[in-house]
Design a protein. Structure first.
Length: 259
């Protein structure tokens, strides 16, 4: 549902942009060229660089293609975020078999380093109100870190699902990451913050490994680093409350690639 709504909105935006370009003639072409250059400039400024950004885009395209060929339900019900070949899956599917199939298909794509599975099994909960709230949380957090000169916001990806904020990307150092987490955990309606962010000096996870749901380490994985000030487990429906934080291990144990 979430993925379908977003794609419809993006399709409408794309159509509007095409009409505007046709109406303005040459000036529209210039605008599109400038937009493409700006996008490339942003990608080049990320820690993963332009090459890494192109690789992540290709991985996304390949995953969506495999999902569509296997089942439109998977493509519509499962959302993905990709950073440095690390694929984070969210959404709600009706059966455990569909969840397993979605993960297996991701592992078939060349360049995938790690699969982080936060897919839920069961009936999709929430409605338009919950979805709008998630969009507000993500937009507000992106805005806050964008205007913080101590944070290189271009290196972070934010996704919110049912009030849970998932962070991915590359932090310059632990202090910068803590600033981002602090913004997230203090936002209204945030129930929990789960960080899959890599510190710049740490190696990029590689090999066949799968991290379990919601930041919990897979069996045999090293314990996650605890936050310096563990917050209480609260339902953050009012300003001033601090949502709990989960710091996921960077690397899960090897040989977890589904066959």
């Amino acid at each position: 549902m979430r993925a379908s709504v977003v794609r419809q909105a993006m399709g409408m935006i794309g159509a509007a942009g095409l009409l505007a370009g046709l109406a303005t003639g040459l000036s529209g072409c210039v605008t599109l060229a400038i937009g493409g250059a700006a996008t490339a400039g942003v990608a080049a400024s990320e820690e993963k660089g332009l090459s890494g950004a192109l690789t992540d885009t290709r991985i996304r395209t390949d995953i969506n293609s495999k999902w569509i060929n296997a089942s439109m339900d998977i493509e519509q019900k499962v959302d993905l975020t990709i950073e440095e070949g690390r694929v984070h899956l969210t959404g709600t599917v009706p059966t455990a078999d569909m969840r397993l199939q979605a993960v297996k298909l991701v592992w078939q794509v060349e360049g995938v380093r790690q699969v982080i599975d936060d897919i839920q099994v069961g009936e999709s909960k929430g409605g338009i109100g919950d979805y709008s709230r998630d969009v507000w949380i993500s937009t507000e957090l992106r805005s806050q870190i964008l205007f913080d000169r101590h944070i290189q916001s271009v290196n972070y990806t934010v996704e919110t699902v049912h009030g849970i904020v998932y962070l991915m990307g590359v932090a310059q150092n632990q202090r910068e990451l803590e600033r981002v987490i602090d913004y997230a955990r203090n936002l209204r309606y945030v129930q929990r913050v789960v960080s899959y962010v890599r510190i710049k000096d740490q190696p990029v996870p590689g090999g066949a490994a799968t991290t379990q749901a919601s930041g919990a380490p897979a069996p045999g994985a090293p314990a996650a680093a605890a936050p310096s000030e563990p917050p209480p487990a609260v339902s953050n429906d009012r300003p001033g409350e601090r949502a709990p934080v989960e710091m996921a291990p960077l690397e899960a144990p090897p040989a977890r690639n589904p066959s």
